[in-house]
Design a binder for this molecule. Structure first.
Ligand code: G3I
Length: 366
């Protein structure tokens, strides 16, 4: 996802010397992308993660929670380094429809505006989830028909509002249990499993072009949960239900080991005819971080990136926030953190270099 000339921040940061070099290269008909060797020699401005991902037709993105946009140092780097962003909270149901039939797009629009100003694209997250639902919805008692109508109205309004502004939607988020059975969320309990196909169809009706995803955690490797999604997506395809992608959140933790069969897993979904993407990647550890843990984390980031690049339909990678300065992890997993490729001071960690190396190697092969 190449940043456009409209991008004030990305153009502003390019040096005049860099621009002159690029112009000369264009005049001479040279390839625009500097070679890995030239880059290593420090002869060019280091390409960003997104620019490196673009060399093999992918994007590299980071989620953002709206309050983080006020941290200008953080927001500047987000706008420079990444090609896409995902709002961490403000497109969720409790934010977008806080009262029944009353929609509020303020927070989501703020992310869209930031992205536009920085030449970034936006992944929509999420239309339907068991978490962060508004009280009026969870506390109400609904018949099947009523809840179907509420769900249809929500999806239709939100997807229409963001039509042409987001390139993908996590339509249904975290709808399976670890053992591969359906999660008994309010929609499953009231409507039955058909709510998933309904949601996808309503999203497609509201925006014929946006990519429609199912998205979950602990589905990165082979296992009961990813098997369940494999079976579901196969069935949805057979039933001609619109489904374009499968999002692997990628919330990994060093203490649990790297999931087995990541590449095979990505490939089997791709073979069903859907795109795949890492949508919320982070790799946490038990604190304090030390050089050995950071090296292992870097190794994992490199392996996940390479696995994506080895599968043609793996379209991109999004980290769930890019630095340890702002991360959901310490607030949820006590004593854990240090999960992102940049540290609290926005300095590169070994993970950052490992991602770069994997992107450069993948682009060469591709
Ligand atoms: O908005 C309120 C604010 O008014 C209040 O003062 C404050 C006090 O705690 O809380 C604020 O809400 C917080 C919200 O984020 C917005 O910042 C919630 O407490 C907090 O629980 C919520 O956490 C979010 C979490 O989803 C909720 O489950 C994280 O920021 C967000 O990164 C996280 O994202 C999820 C993905 O959507 C799905 N996959 C897992 C991922 C990580 O949990």
């Amino acid at each position: 996802m190449r940043k456009t000339a409209r991008s004030p921040r990305s153009t502003r940061t390019r040096t005049a010397a860099g621009a002159a070099l690029a112009a000369t290269a264009l005049l001479l008909g040279l390839a625009a992308a500097p070679s890995a060797q030239a880059e290593a020699d420090g002869k060019h401005r280091a390409a960003t993660l997104d620019e490196l991902a673009q060399r093999s037709g992918r994007y590299f993105g980071s989620a953002v929670d709206n309050p983080e946009l006020a941290d200008t140092e953080y927001a500047d780097l987000l706008g420079r380094e990444f090609g896409t962003t995902t709002p961490g909270n403000t497109m969720k149901w409790e934010a977008t429809e806080p009262q029944r039939g009353v929609f509020d797009f303020t927070g989501g629009d703020e992310v869209i505006d930031f992205a536009r100003a920085n030449g970034m694209k936006v992944r929509g997250h999420t239309l339907l989830w068991h978490n962060q639902l508004p009280g009026w919805l969870t506390e109400g008692t609904w018949t099947k028909d009523e809840l179907r109508s509420i769900l249809k109205n929500h999806i239709t309004h939100v997807v229409k509002h963001y039509r042409g502004k987001v390139f993908a939607w996590d339509v249904a988020n975290e709808i399976m249990n670890e053992d591969g059975t359906y999660r008994e969320n309010i929609f499953y309990k009231t409507i039955g499993p058909g709510y998933i196909a309904d949601a996808l169809r309503w999203a497609r009706a509201a925006d014929p072009k946006v990519k429609l995803y199912l998205n979950d955690y602990n589905v990165d490797g082979l296992g009961a949960k990813s098997d369940a999604y494999y079976a579901l997506i196969k069935q949805l395809k057979a039933d001609r239900v619109p489904i374009d992608g499968f999002g692997l959140q990628g919330h990994l933790a060093l203490q649990y080991g790297l999931p087995a069969g990541i590449k095979e897993n990505l490939q089997r979904f791709a073979d069903l005819g859907v795109d795949v993407a890492f949508t919320e990647l982070d790799i946490r550890m038990q604190l304090p971080a030390d050089p050995a843990k950071l090296a292992e984390q870097a190794d994992w980031y490199g392996k996940v990136t390479s696995a994506c690049l080895e599968v043609k339909r793996c379209v991109g990678i999004t980290v769930w926030g890019y630095s340890d300065r702002h991360s959901w992890i310490p607030g949820v997993f006590e004593g854990e953190g240090a999960a992102l490729p940049f540290d609290e001071n926005l300095q590169h960690k070994p993970a950052y270099d490992a991602i770069r190396a994997a992107l450069i190697a993948g682009a060469k092969k591709g």
